[in-house]
Design a protein around this ligand. Sequence first.
Ligand SMILES: Cc1cc2nc3c(=O)[nH]c(=O)nc-3n(C[C@H](O)[C@H](O)[C@H](O)COP(=O)(O)OP(=O)(O)OC[C@H]3O[C@@H](n4cnc5c(N)ncnc54)[C@H](O)[C@@H]3O)c2cc1C
Length: 322
Amino acid sequence: MSVLVYTESEKGKFKKNAFEAASYASAVAKMMDTTVTAIAFNSTDNESLGEYGVSKVMNVADDSLTTFNAGAYAASIAEAVKSTDAKVVILSSSTDTKYLAPLLSAKLSAGYAPNVVQAPDSTSPFTVKRTAFSNKGFAHTQIDTDIKIVGVSNNAFGAHENKVDVSVEDISGTADSATNDTKSVEIDKVVGKATIADADIVVSAGRGMKGPENWGMIEELADVLGAATACSKPVSDLGWRPHGEHVGQTGKPVASNLYIAIGISGAIQHLAGVSASKTKVVINNDPEAPFFKAADYGIVGDAFEVVPQLIEKLKDFKAQNG
Ligand SMILES: Cc1cc2nc3c(=O)[nH]c(=O)nc-3n(C[C@H](O)[C@H](O)[C@H](O)COP(=O)(O)OP(=O)(O)OC[C@H]3O[C@@H](n4cnc5c(N)ncnc54)[C@H](O)[C@@H]3O)c2cc1C
């Protein structure tokens, strides 16, 4: 018996959430007195998982699976669960795992708890703490099925080094005709920028920016900080910014270490997507803007005056501190 973790990669390299999921799997394995096996797809840096407590990597080396395919990935992971007799399967929180988790749950007759934020309260019964009500509360959820699937929130448990010896085995993918009805035919991806899901810092702006022509300073601030850019829903609805940047209840969740909100009012639907971020800085010219109630730091001021000054100060700071 082992704990199995699905480690996501892109172009052969593991994503940050893969190391977080591996660390979580390692914590669960410790509680259950067992080891961690990872399943990866066409990954080239498998040994790196040993740094996070993974003792065996099953790498699906299959040219037909270089891009995510929910049905085929679920089939291969289910096969790995059976061959390793895993009782707990760990996933990260991503768009891909949103497709993957229900398929896997159905295939394995396994209960699935998403949005988990800390190591299990107990493994017998198996109980985990997860966010609920759009991050407004927590639920302690007990999974009673023989096999349990846990989805770990990004940036919640963290990646923890815990070096062990690791072996890597290349395996073939498992064909799955039943669930192959949907597949990605084209992926239109922003290149060369930090993504909202992986970024440590997110600079986000709203309708207070008045128009798309004013996003230069938002992008400049993001560049100085090495941050991803994001926006409120109306901004993407108006076509000022791409839909992929829209955060909130109906957009992407953000769990960054720093979230800077500029000209965003802080409507409940927006806050629902950013409440998992650790430090929130709000810049708004209305001292009554609701976002200030959720902020750790607030600047009451005109974004068109505050942001350029912030950029200048950050550039000076970087020049002086290398
Ligand atoms: C079912 C449903 C789901 C929704 N889902 C989402 C969602 O996922 N994400 C989301 O964001 N919204 C969502 N919304 C919309 C949400 O209710 C708000 O309407 C939206 O978040 C407001 O966007 P905003 O803050 O950019 O714009 P506004 O509400 O127009 O606020 C603009 C802010 O900018 C400030 N401002 C103006 N000028 C300046 C200046 N010069 N300098 C500094 N500040 C300035 C203003 O004081 C104001 O606070 C949803 C709504 C519904 C009904």
